[in-house]
Ligand binder design. Sequence first.
Ligand code: CTP
Ligand code: MN
Ligand code: MN
Length: 473
Amino acid sequence: MFHAPAAPRPRKRSKPGEDSVSRREEATFQDVRIFLVERKMGRSRRSFLTQLARSKGFVVEDILSDAVTHVVSEDSQSSSLWPWLKSRSLSDLSTVNVLDISWFTDSMKEGRPVPVETKHLIQDILPEAPKAAPVNKVSQYACQRRTTIENNNRIFTDAFEVLAENYEFNEIEGRCLAFRRAASVLKSLPWAVRSVGATQDLPCLGEHTKAVMKEILQYGRSFEVEKILSDERCQTLKLFTSVFGVGPKTAEKWYRRGLRSFSDVLAQPDIHLNRMQQSGFLHYGDISRAVSKAEARAVGNIIDEAVHVITPNAILALTGGFRRGKDFGHDVDYVVTTTELGKEENLLISIIESLKKQGLLLFSDYQASTFDLSKLPSHRFEAMDHFAKCFLILRLEGSRVEGGLQRAQGDGRGWRAVRVDLVSPPADRFAFTMLGWTGSRMFERDLRRFARLERQMLLDNHALFDKTKVLFI
Ligand code: CTP
Ligand code: MN
Ligand code: MN
């Protein structure tokens, strides 16, 4: 199902006087074709960086053509770079990574092309929605909004997330949800909000939300958000809940005892950490570092190999954020089952056993199935489903990952720990499980709300139930 990572080609020594075509053929990283923009960089620095990159096995194109995959510019002002790029009559700019120099320097340091992250991108300034033209009405339901991975309104949505999380810590659920809803609406816009007036036809934006937006538009920041970010309690709760297995309740308990740092917690002789929290602390650095798509695929290969030894009729499907097209995630989510109904019962146990034998299992929390068709439908939002599932931490070897591991600087290990979630429904529940685990959380929440309020149906991770016909679909 998954391809084994291709080994990088060994680099040949370059001969003097070779042309760029033969140099290209010799390069180690054939898939990445860099073009360095001369403007702001200057001719001599460009030439120096070109030689540096080529000496490290990178392909650097002299001319900007359709062959280029990575445009690198020292001028990170998108207002000057993008119009120039658009004037170069390339066939499809949307497939080109337009990056600032930090991606290049990081790649030189690592000796390989590092994965592209948002921080590297020089994004095109999108035109604001036309004032006069009729704007399509934005639905109040996330499941009715077409939302891309790109977020044109990050300055607002990052602020909303801080506020939402703070309300979550204070158990004010309504306000927490309101800010998450507002963020979800702004994320769906193919344009950047430049004035509060432009939001007048948008749903789910209340007084408080608009006041925060206004402040950000006026001053570039929200004072309310800054206050929260510098608040000791909020900082501490955020720190503690960033540990796998530590929820807001435990974090609050530790905070009330006067604990402020991990070393404070770990130095308390009477604090009992459960197994999950112990693993959370042990692998903290690895787990809090983003997981790349290549790492997610490598995890898939491991599960795929394990499950096919157990049964030839296995079904394995990537879900969660990676299924939505995200490049990075906090974990890897897979649905795994078998076409033989009933055989899925022990599937996860066998997979866990196999991972343990291979020395790949660093932590496992298995929850057996409590699924009972006769108890359907459940109509509580966000309720966990009843299928067998496990929350794992796996040891992932760098050699299994195409392009290498996401590593911290100075990390000399050849492996990292990765959080992995597996869920194993009976095959006839596969579609609902996939739908329920693909996310995002707001999408799922609104899909259920839409089903209930607009279609008189009940939806959860197990089934869709038609209330008017008293019938499972
Ligand atoms: N989910 C679920 N039941 C669980 C755990 C998760 O239904 N017991 C669903 C969540 O509602 C979510 C999806 O599975 O929609 C993925 O969850 P998670 O991994 O937490 O989020 P992602 O969207 O994958 O984000 P990230 O990339 O940060 O992992
Ligand atoms: Mn996930
Ligand atoms: Mn998950």
